[in-house]
Unconditional design. Structure first.
Length: 313
């Protein structure tokens, strides 16, 4: 796998000329969206002034029509960006990776990860799959949602997870199930109360206390096998996870179940989508994606090096 600096060189030498062309398309698209948005808003305000008793209906219609119109306007631009930028960037990360913009990681993998509650609705796109050092890996954008009904029978959905979901498959099984989550309790309530709340989480397995205080501040570990959990979480892997957390600044969830490692990185957006209202020529957009994938695959490679510790038969 190429380094981040090598991928940066590839970006500027190979992709930047294409981005300059797409940047012109982006500016034209932005202008069209603004014009259509203004027209739609004026029309909605006119209807609101005439049909005063139907304000709620007009607002809902305004949001739905606006969303449909936006998706229609950006459709071709998004497809061109993914084909000309995302696909070659993924191949540059590793030539063995394949990209499908309309597919996503199967919901069965998401459910098996035990990182979140089972969603009632799951969507996604931009599936990448292949092998990294003979390890099967796949990842995609995922949006998982829970269904709710109010007292009047109206349906709404809330987000369980939105971001990058990664599955890596090893040839040997973990004996137990180990889950690593962001430590919101300790960071919110402090060590004493936070530790007590962690230990009382009835939906999780036994709490595992690690000997790395910095790691303990950022993550909480639950497992059915205390010994295996400590074998998996070597000092070098804990350091890599902390490094990932500091660099990405996004919540990270990991589980080790069966023969699979699952990683979920929260972004609250579609990571592969091109920007419309900010410049494509700003490298921080591509850099964020490259660094996230590089660090994620690095965690898998770290476990590959240490698999003699946990792949016990």
């Amino acid at each position: 796998m190429k380094s981040v600096s090598e991928l940066t060189d590839f970006y500027y030498k190979n992709l930047f000329p294409t981005l300059e062309i797409l940047e012109k398309d982006r500016k034209q698209l932005r202008s069209r969206i603004i014009v259509f948005g203004v027209v739609l808003t004026i029309f909605a305000l006119f209807l609101a002034s005439v049909l005063i008793n139907n304000i709620d209906f007009i607002i809902v219609g305004y949001i739905i029509i606006g969303g449909i119109l936006y998706k229609f306007l950006v459709k071709d631009y998004t497809k061109e960006f993914k084909q000309k930028i995302i696909r070659p960037l993924i191949h540059a990360i590793d030539s063995k990776l394949n990209y499908s913009e309309s597919l996503h990681v199967a919901q069965a993998h998401f459910n098996k990860s035990d990182l979140f509650s089972t969603p009632d609705r799951l969507s996604g796109n931009d599936l990448v799959r292949g092998k990294i050092e003979n390890i099967n890996i796949q990842f995609s954008d995922i949006h998982a949602q829970k269904k709710h009904r109010d007292s009047k029978g109206r349906t709404s959905y809330s987000t369980i997870f939105q971001g990058l979901f990664i599955v890596s498959e090893f040839n040997k099984n973990f004996h137990g199930q180990t889950v690593i989550l962001p430590d919101t309790a300790q960071s919110t309530f402090g060590n004493l109360i936070g530790n007590w709340l962690q230990s009382k989480n009835m939906s999780r397995d036994e709490l595992v206390k690690m000997d790395d205080t910095e790691f303990e501040k950022e993550f909480v570990v639950y497992s059915t096998d205390q010994v295996e959990a400590r074998y998996i979480l070597s000092h070098s892997l804990m350091k890599k996870l902390l490094d990932f957390k500091k660099r990405s600044k996004h919540p990270l969830h990991i589980s080790f179940i069966g023969s699979n490692i699952h990683m979920a990185i929260e972004y609250n957006k579609d990571l592969f989508e091109p920007t419309v209202f900010s410049s494509l020529l700003d490298y921080k957009v591509a850099k964020e994606y490259v660094q996230t994938l590089h660090l994620s695959i690095g965690i898998v490679q770290e476990l590959k090096l240490n698999e003699k510790l946990w792949s016990k038969n």
